[in-house]
Write a protein that binds this ligand. Structure first.
Ligand code: ADP
Ligand code: ZN
Ligand code: MG
Length: 480
């Protein structure tokens, strides 16, 4: 392609405070419409907002965890626009003095590190939600406004236009999600809208360093939609440019059913919003000591944890990267090895059978039917020689379906490994007798022929014979 894609993201993340940003209403998701409201978040005349201290704390932590500078003097501003989901007709946000600026995170792309710069992180309130009777506002007979979400605290994380592909944008968003989970400031449940992104995409001729005209797709709330929308938009813009056309700066929506972006409205500029300082809230002043204390309170972050796993346990950088990509997975791993399981074996099971099953059922690791303790118990059965590694795969499938302990499953299903020499010997002799050709070949020097014999023995014992014993015994008998 003769164009280079340029992508910048504005990520909105709902903070997991118990109450809203400027009032005491609950933030819990899924409540009956308009039950978490009060005069403040409904924007009734005469009420005064009071900033929730936790919101400032969480925003500062997010800033520190993404290498931002924290502004010791920060303030709120009103962003004015009219829409039914915004009862005050302005959104209390931050404009020229956001809480955090000039940060960065590193992403992995094609086995290389790439640094993505953060422009800023600011605090703001979420708007309400329109609930249509149909699928869209156009085909709905009625639409309700649910103000439960109004005033739920958000941080908006704005990146520099540093990404060059959908894969980079995805890796960046995954990194931000991972960091927010590690520092425990957001639930990051994308399907609940806790974490959503506005994506800005433009093209420019390869080699140019001038920015092209961009379009923006708002409220993307899955990684798949993020990648699909970016890839579609790159192609669409390339077609327009190839035909000698011009890109119109506009807001487009991503239509996942059709797999296309559609024009929604022309882009508004900052001056359209008539930003003005919020007179009802005092500025937020944070001392250097307080910032230092927040810094000290941060837990180990994904990059550091990854490095530690590589060093401490000899995992590959790649494996450590996957294990630490989510806090929940890293904790699952810790719990497995706390039971005395070898780290590499634990990592292999987590990245292999466990992840495969979770993905197939679209489950997160927290919801895994096989918890860390049971997985560890099963791996320890392999160590003890009770089951073979191969049978363990069958045991794992059973554990997925039943809450029983691996010991019980192994016993009930008769999966205990056969380590009784005489029992194995009987089968070995039988297989040797039945396969003169393979025996001949082996004796003639074709050592590989032993594989077929081992295979038959394992089959005859339903995979339960101890493979080392089988190999040893076979070799011994064939050498005679
Ligand atoms: P807004 O969208 O609110 O007007 P900005 O102008 O600050 O705000 O830009 C928002 C996002 O768009 C940022 O992530 C920025 O990196 C990105 N962006 C700005 N210009 C371009 C461009 N020409 N191409 C791609 N992304 C861009
Ligand atoms: Zn309220
Ligand atoms: Mg924008």
């Amino acid at each position: 392609m003769k164009y280079e894609a340029v992508i910048g993201l504005e990520i909105h993340s709902e903070l997991k405070t118990a109450t809203k940003i400027f009032c005491g209403c609950a933030t819990t998701f899924g409540a009956e419409q308009n039950t978490h409201t009060c005069p403040v978040c409904l924007g009734l005349p005469g009420v005064l907002p009071v900033i929730n201290r936790k919101v400032v704390e969480f925003a500062i932590k997010a800033g520190l965890a993404t290498n931002c500078t924290i502004n010791q003097y920060s303030k709120f501003d009103r962003k004015n626009y009219y829409y039914p989901d915004l009862p005050k007709n302005w959104q209390t946000s931050q404009y020229d003095l956001p809480i955090a600026e000039h940060g960065w995170v590193d992403i992995d792309i094609d086995n290389q590190k790439k640094r993505i710069r953060l422009t800023r992180i600011h605090m703001e309130e979420d708007a309400g939600k329109l609930v249509h009777s149909g699928t869209t506002i156009k085909d709905s007979a009625t639409s309700n406004v649910d103000y439960n979400r109004t005033g739920v605290p958000l941080i908006e994380i704005v990146s520099e236009p540093d990404m060059r592909s959908a894969a980079e944008a995805r890796a960046y968003m995954e990194k931000i999600k991972s960091i927010l989970e590690y520092i425990d400031v957001s639930n990051c449940r994308m399907e609940e809208g806790n974490l959503r992104a506005d994506i800005n995409v433009s093209l420019r001729p390869v080699g140019s360093d001038k920015l092209g005209t961009r379009t923006e797709m708002k409220n993307i709330n899955s990684f798949k939609a993020l990648e699909d929308a970016i890839n579609y938009e790159i192609e669409r813009q390339a077609d327009v440019l190839d035909d000698g056309g011009k890109i119109v700066q506009e807001t487009r929506t991503w239509n996942p059913e059709k797999g296309i972006t559609q024009s929604m409205r022309s882009k508004e500029d900052a001056h359209d919003y008539r930003y003005m300082p919020e007179p009802d809230l005092p500025p937020i002043i944070t001392s250097a000591e307080e910032i230092e204390a927040f810094k000290k309170s941060l837990p180990e972050l994904p990059d550091a944890r990854r490095e530690r796993l590589t060093k401490e346990y000899g995992l590959s950088d790649y494996d450590s990267g996957i294990i630490t990509s989510s806090r929940a997975m890293a904790e699952y791993f810790d719990s497995v090895i706390a039971e005395g399981v070898d780290a590499k074996i634990a990592a292999n099971w987590i990245m292999g059978d466990l992840s495969k099953n979770l993905n197939a059922e679209n489950l997160t690791i927290e919801k895994s039917p096989v918890d860390a303790k049971r997985l560890a118990q099963m791996i320890l059965l392999i160590d003890k020689g009770t089951i073979s590694g191969k049978i363990a795969k069958t045991v794992f499938v059973e554990m997925w379906k039943s809450p029983d302990s691996p010991e019980k499953i192994v016993k009930d299903k008769g999966l205990v490994q056969i380590t009784d020499t005489s029992a194995i010997e009987g089968v070995v002799d039988e297989v040797i007798a039945k396969n003169p050709k393979a025996v001949e070949e082996y004796k003639a020097g074709k050592k590989k022929a032993i594989g077929a014999l081992v295979g038959q023995i394992m089959k005859a014992t339903k995979g339960k014979a101890n493979p080392q014993m089988v190999n040893q015994m076979l070799a011994q008998k064939l050498e005679k």
